[in-house]
Design a protein around this ligand. Sequence first.
Ligand SMILES: Nc1ncnc2c1ncn2[C@@H]1O[C@H](COP(=O)(O)OP(=O)(O)OP(=O)(O)O)[C@@H](O)[C@H]1O
Ligand SMILES: [Mg+2]
Length: 147
Amino acid sequence: MPEPLDLEYDVAADDYQTAGEASNNLKETLKMLGLPSSVIRRAAIITYEAEMNLVIHGGGGRIIANIDEEKIEIKTIDKGPGIPDIALAVQEGYTTASDHAREMGFGAGMGLPNIKRNADTFEIETEVGKGTTLRTVIVFPPDTGKE
Ligand SMILES: Nc1ncnc2c1ncn2[C@@H]1O[C@H](COP(=O)(O)OP(=O)(O)OP(=O)(O)O)[C@@H](O)[C@H]1O
Ligand SMILES: [Mg+2]
């Protein structure tokens, strides 16, 4: 990584047609930057799951990725309903997904656990009725990021 880079994507609410575009774009950009494949894989999982949560639960929002020599920070910000119980939401299998979302194949309750598993740092700030901010960091493996 020659210099720090900031990427931002808007994600629309309840739009299953365009859902996944932002995370796909980000993944292609990370490939072009030549980041390690393990980092790209983890970032792609985090971004995809976080994007789908914006679509399904968050009322849409924004994905922000900041890349520097040593890490990538991926954040999502929404002004949706918030998460009343974070510990519960992070449990495998917990979901409040609508019937419609389930018909589209979502709602296994595996998104947040998957994000957590793939992140070195995992933080959720949320307020019911105000919105949710998810912050994750992936630290690059030691032999990279020095070019
Ligand atoms: N941005 C958000 N705003 C409000 N609630 C959220 C948000 N993200 C997650 N949640 C809540 O946390 C629960 C668990 O999220 P998680 O991503 O683990 O599962 P899911 O989205 O329900 O199903 P899956 O991700 O497997 O399709 C959701 O069902 C929802 O209640
Ligand atoms: Mg999810």
